[in-house]
Write a protein that binds this ligand. Structure first.
Ligand SMILES: *[C@@H]1O[C@H](CO)[C@@H](O)[C@H](O)[C@H]1NC(C)=O
Ligand SMILES: *[C@@H]1O[C@H](CO)[C@@H](O)[C@H](O)[C@H]1NC(C)=O
Length: 641
């Protein structure tokens, strides 16, 4: 489709704007690039975490993206979409607050970016709201918890593309009667969840832990807590899922239990693990389906026959292992038996996360772990083999410090269609371009013109690699004064234009490198040269439209007259220079003059455009669609946007 690409690219030097991808880099892990490793760009003011791939994610590349949200002692809190090589696709251009649980979810058949943002300084839970961002990166909706409580960071799951499951924490008075503080009146952090109708914002279901669970089920010692200023977080809800029976699956960190809750009465139908466990463990020797600590992200899987979760194997007060793991448990809810199906353990590094974490079952059956308190993302085969493994900006020597945390990590497919224009900057004679959020751009077309508002011709085509593409020109390119970049999709079709850069103030730079030809410099950059072109700036839009129509009519009439007058000559001499169709071709003959006009339009005028004549007077819309790509070389800028 672009034969000229091959020619041009052979004399362009090409380099990534992004820094090199790091593979098992020891300096990184020693902390020599700092406690939070990021990269910045020249075409954009955003930055992104620089990943250290212990096992490249390119071997797990199914076309989807990594969704992470690093925060913590050293990392500012932003959501990031990264590709399999760690190259940035999108990040928020402003600070929403502390960002948790960044995902792509479906609501009413449309995909949205979703996350929690707010305050997370309230004893391990949050007070904030939930955001939905559409494919054009416009904020679609903010969702709040209902009934006067504040939304918490732990859960935001859209169910059936309609409702949202969210968690919340709320201080309530309680009789701390069934604890060792017999009879004491005090305060607890109530754990609750709500199912919110996204359309109306109302809760269609709400559940409060203390109404259905005894405080004595908690493994978290109350200590001196229980006052109004320091309530006891006895339950600590951290995930909610829903099944086809309209019942809920809730993970309680401090009960060390996963609870199954009736969607009609709120009653606890069974406990998996914890002090009130309802199941018999039929696991193989050496495995334990009922004992887990600080677990997160409990989800039904395998058509509601199994439950997966991230088993931290530690919390703030106890440590039961040297590493956290993903766990999949087979559950027979009739016979009340369970058995460990598989444990997913990272053999490359002992990563123990005392908080947070996620387990996502991918469509192909692979298991993706996010290590929460440590910025690690690992993909396993269904059988537990580590396929891909990366550190999200955090050196392994800093694990356990909380410098870089990412509550949950995911992989999702995503189509991002930003409405902003691509970013295009010229720095010291090198162009840099990027387009934050676009998943569709495959290559960049550098175009140039003598006059800012006139015809832009192709100068060079660069494949997009990484977030930022660096465009370097070399001698002999004869760059014109005004330059713009156009993002092209996989079919080579224009997606969007950047702003224009006037390179004339740096013309000495271009001259010394031979990128501008000294001989043509006077003609092209001096005012004499520009005066050769008709200045249309005084024309109003209406005037230019009238002139366009008139000009088109005149050109057409001229062409017909000329054709008719030359027809006889051509038939005699057979020396026509119209390339597209041979006169000897049978199908061409019957069309006569009309065919000639069309042929004339598609071949002669294209050449005229290269000679910088008045191509802008021609309306590109009048061209047959299948000729459009031919015409793009001469298309007026405004019409191609
Ligand atoms: C992404 O889409 C591809 C193609 O449809 C599919 O094979 C893959 O499973 C999807 N990946 C995720 C993480 O959804
Ligand atoms: C441009 O190049 C000059 C000379 O090589 C250098 O001193 C300057 O720092 C460069 N500027 C930028 C923005 O890179």
């Amino acid at each position: 489709m672009f034969p000229w690409f091959v020619v041009l690219s052979s004399f362009l030097s090409l380099a990534l704007g992004d820094l090199a991808v790091l593979d098992n880099n020891a300096e990184y892990n020693d902390g020599r690039f700092g406690p939070y490793v990021t990269q910045s760009y020249r075409s954009s003011d955003v930055n992104s975490p620089r990943l250290n791939f212990m096992k490249p994610f390119t071997s797990c590349d199914d076309g989807s993206f990594l969704f992470v949200a690093p925060r913590g002692g050293k990392a500012g809190s932003k959501p990031y979409i990264l590709d399999a090589k760690g190259h940035l696709i999108w990040t928020a251009d402003h600070h929403y607050g502390e960002v948790y649980n960044f995902q792509a979810q479906v609501y009413k058949g449309q995909q949205y970016l979703t996350f929690f943002a707010g305050d997370d300084t309230i004893r391990g839970h949050g007070a904030g709201k939930y955001y939905m961002i559409d494919q054009h990166y416009n904020e679609f909706r903010q969702i709040h918890a209902a009934n006067g409580v504040k939304g918490d960071l732990h859960e935001f799951q859209i169910i059936d593309g309609k409702t949202a499951l969210i968690t919340a924490y709320h201080v309530v008075e309680a009789k701390l009667g069934d604890t060792e503080h017999e009879g004491r009146d005090g305060y607890i952090w109530e754990s609750l969840f709500q199912e919110i109708d996204i359309e109306t914002g109302e809760a269609v279901f709400e559940w409060r832990a203390s109404e259905h669970v005894k405080l004595s089920e908690s493994f978290d010692p109350i200590g001196s807590r229980g006052s109004e200023g320091d309530p006891w977080d006895f339950f600590h809800i951290n995930s909610v899922d829903k099944d086809l029976n309209n019942n809920y699956l809730v993970s309680s960190r401090y009960l060390r239990s996963i609870l199954y809750i009736s969607g009609t009465t709120g009653e606890v139908l069974w406990h998996l693990g914890g002090k009130e466990n309802s199941f018999t463990d039929e696991s193989d020797p050496g495995q334990d389906a009922l004992h887990f600590v600080g677990q997160h992200h409990a989800r039904w899987t395998d058509n509601y026959n199994s439950i997966t979760f991230f088993d931290n194997r530690a919390d703030w007060t106890s440590q039961e292992d040297v590493k956290s793991a993903g766990t999949k448990i087979l559950v027979d809810t009739e016979l009340k038996t369970v058995a460990v199906d598989r444990v997913y353990v990272n053999p490359i590094h002992d990563v123990l996360s005392t908080s947070q974490g996620s387990l996502q079952t991918l469509p192909n059956g692979n298991i993706l772990l996010g290590y929460g308190f440590n910025a690690v993302i690992t993909e396993f085969s269904p059988h537990g083999e580590v396929l891909c493994d990366a550190y999200i900006g955090e050196p392994s020597s800093r694990f356990g410090t909380g410098d870089v945390q990412s509550y949950r990590n995911f992989k999702f497919n995503w189509t991002g269609l930003p409405t902003t224009e691509p970013s295009f900057r010229l720095i010291n004679g090198t162009f840099f371009t990027s387009w934050l959020g676009s998943t569709e751009v495959r290559s960049w077309s550098l175009r140039h013109a003598f006059d800012e508002d006139r015809t832009y011709d192709d100068l060079a085509l660069f494949p997009k690699e990484g977030f930022e593409t660096r465009l370097e020109l070399s001698a002999g390119q004869n760059i014109r004064r005004y330059v713009a970049i156009v993002a092209l999709d996989q079919y080579g079709k224009d997606l969007a234009w950047s702003k224009t850069i006037d390179i004339s103030k740096d013309v000495d730079f271009w001259l010394t490198r031979g990128i501008v030809d000294a001989a043509s410099y006077d003609a092209e950059y001096s005012s004499d040269g520009r005066d050769r072109e008709v200045d249309f700036e005084w024309l109003s839009i209406r005037d230019s439209m009238i002139l366009s129509v008139l000009g088109f009519a005149v050109t057409l009439t001229g062409a017909i007259v000329w054709l008719l007058s030359t027809q006889k000559k051509e038939e005699r001499a057979d020396t026509a220079d119209i390339e597209q169709c041979s006169y000897h071709h049978a199908e061409c003959k019957p069309m006569g003059v009309m065919w000639k006009i069309q042929s004339l339009l598609s071949s002669k005028l294209k050449r005229i455009s290269y000679e910088h004549e008045h191509i802008a007077l021609l309306e590109p819309e009048s061209v047959e669609p299948d000729e459009a790509s031919e015409w793009s070389v001469a298309t007026d800028r405004g019409a191609a946007v």
